[in-house]
Design a binder for this molecule. Structure first.
Ligand SMILES: Cc1cc2nc3c(=O)[nH]c(=O)nc-3n(C[C@H](O)[C@H](O)[C@H](O)COP(=O)(O)O)c2cc1C
Length: 345
C-alpha cells in the first residue's frame, strides 16, 4: 500500500466536535430515505428533542464523467439550503464508484456545491452496481478502497470530512484485517460499518461484535445494522464497543426510535401493540399528511412511496395495520388523507 496519508494529517477540528458525544445518524437508503423522507424523519426527531446529528444522501453513482450540478441538486435538494433539512439537520453526500480520480473530481465538485462532508459507499450489494466494480464488491480489493478514499481525501478541502461506509466483507469476513489497514492509511475521518457481509444481505442477525476489531483505528467508528428497538441499540453499543450509531429501516418503522435510545425510555414490548411509543399514532398523523403533500414526480409515485412507509409503520403501530387494510388498493390521495385522519378510531 502506498505511503499513509493519515500519518501526515491533523484530525479535522469539526470531527472532534462531531464525536464529542455519541452520534445518531439516519442511514442513507436509496428509494426510502429520499429527500422527502429525510425531511419528515429529521423533523420528527428534532421536534421530539433528539435531532439526528446528520444524515447521508442516497448514493450518487460516479461512472464516466464529472456529474453536472443538477444531478447533485436532484439527489440532495438540501444543497439549496446550506445542505440542511428544514429543521437544520445536515446532509452529507454519498458517492459510489471505483475510479479513484473520477471519484475525487466529483467529490471536490460536490464540496464546491456545498456538501458539508463526503461519504463513500463500499456497502451496496446490488448486482448492477457490483458488476461494474462499485459498492461492496470493492471490499474484496482493499488496495482499491485505499486508492479511492485517499484520492477523495486529497481532492476535498482539508476542513471537509471524508468518511467511508463498509460492510464486514463481500462474501465473508476473511479480508477484515486488510480492509481495516486500508482504512487506517487512507485518511478517512470516520468509518461506518454495516455489521454484515454483502452475502448476508439485509437479513438478521447483524454481527455487532465484529465491529469491535475496528476500534483499534484512531478514527471514530459508527455501528449500523438491525437496530429496531432501543434495547437493540444498547446491545449494539455493548457488543460493538462504540457509542456511535446509524439507524436504517428501524428509523422509518419507528420514527421515534432515535429519541427512545437516548431517553432511556422503557421498551416493554417490540411488537405492533407497543403502547409505549414516545410518538403516538395521533401525533404521527400530521407528519404522514405532510409526507402526502410532499414533492414527488406525480401523485402515483407519492402514493406508492407513502404505502411503502405505511407498510413499514405496521410493525410499530397497530393503527397502521388497520389503515393499511383500508387503503392498500386506494389510488386517490384525498381519500387516503381522509382515511388517515380518521384512523385513530
Ligand atoms: C432500501 C435500502 C436502500 C439502501 N441504500 C443505501 C445507500 O444508498 N447507501 C448506503 O450506504 N447504504 C444503503 N442502504 C444500507 C443502509 O444504509 C443500512 O446500512 C442497512 O439498511 C442496515 O441498517 P438497518 O438494518 O438499520 O436497516 C440501503 C438499505 C436499504 C434497506
Amino acid at each position: 500500500m502506498a505511503a499513509s496519508i493519515m500519518n501526515n494529517r491533523q484530525p479535522i477540528a469539526a470531527v472532534q466536535q462531531f464525536f464529542a458525544n455519541p452520534v445518531r445518524l439516519l442511514a442513507p437508503m436509496e428509494g426510502l430515505s429520499d429527500p422527502l423522507m429525510r425531511q419528515i424523519l429529521t423533523q420528527i426527531a428534532h421536534d421530539l428533542g433528539r435531532p439526528y446529528d446528520w444524515s447521508v444522501s442516497e448514493f450518487i453513482r460516479v461512472t464516466q464523467h464529472l456529474l453536472p450540478a443538477h444531478v447533485f441538486y436532484r439527489y440532495v435538494p438540501e444543497l439549496h439550503h446550506d445542505a440542511k433539512t428544514a429543521c437544520g439537520t445536515p446532509i452529507h453526500i454519498q458517492l459510489l464508484g471505483s475510479d479513484a480520480k473520477l471519484m475525487a473530481e466529483n467529490a471536490a465538485y460536490a464540496c464546491e456545491l456545498g456538501a458539508p462532508a463526503i461519504d463513500i459507499n463500499f456497502g451496496c450489494p446490488a448486482k448492477s452496481v457490483n458488476n461494474h466494480r462499485g459498492g461492496s464488491v470493492l471490499l474484496d480489493e482493499p488496495a482499491v478502497l485505499y486508492e479511492i478514499i485517499s484520492a477523495v481525501r486529497q481532492s476535498v478541502p482539508a476542513h471537509i470530512p471524508v468518511s467511508a461506509k463498509i460492510r464486514l466483507g463481500y462474501t465473508d469476513t476473511s479480508k477484515m484485517d486488510d480492509i481495516r489497514a486500508a482504512i487506517a492509511d487512507s485518511g478517512a475521518d470516520w468509518l461506518t460499518i454495516h455489521a454484515r457481509t454483502k452475502t448476508q444481505g439485509y437479513k438478521p442477525p447483524a454481527y455487532w461484535d465484529k465491529i469491535q476489531s475496528f476500534n483499534t483505528l484512531t478514527i471514530p467508528v459508527i455501528a449500523n445494522g438491525e437496530i429496531w428497538t432501543a434495547e437493540q441499540a444498547q446491545s449494539c453499543m455493548q457488543q460493538s464497543g462504540t457509542s456511535h450509531l446509524m439507524l436504517g429501516r428501524g428509523a422509518v418503522t419507528r420514527p421515534d426510535l432515535v429519541t427512545r435510545i437516548d431517553t432511556n425510555h422503557s421498551e416493554k414490548n417490540n411488537d405492533a401493540d407497543n403502547t409505549d411509543s414516545v410518538l403516538s399514532w395521533q401525533a404521527l398523523i400530521p407528519h404522514q399528511i405532510d409526507f402526502l403533500h410532499g414533492e414527488a414526480k406525480n401523485d402515483i409515485v407519492l402514493i406508492g412511496r407513502y404505502k411503502q412507509w405505511l407498510a413499514m409503520l405496521t410493525k410499530g403501530y397497530s393503527e397502521a395495520q388497520a389503515l393499511w387494510q383500508d387503503i392498500k388498493r386506494e389510488k386517490d390521495k384525498a381519500t387516503i388523507i381522509h382515511a388517515l385522519k380518521n384512523s385513530t378510531h
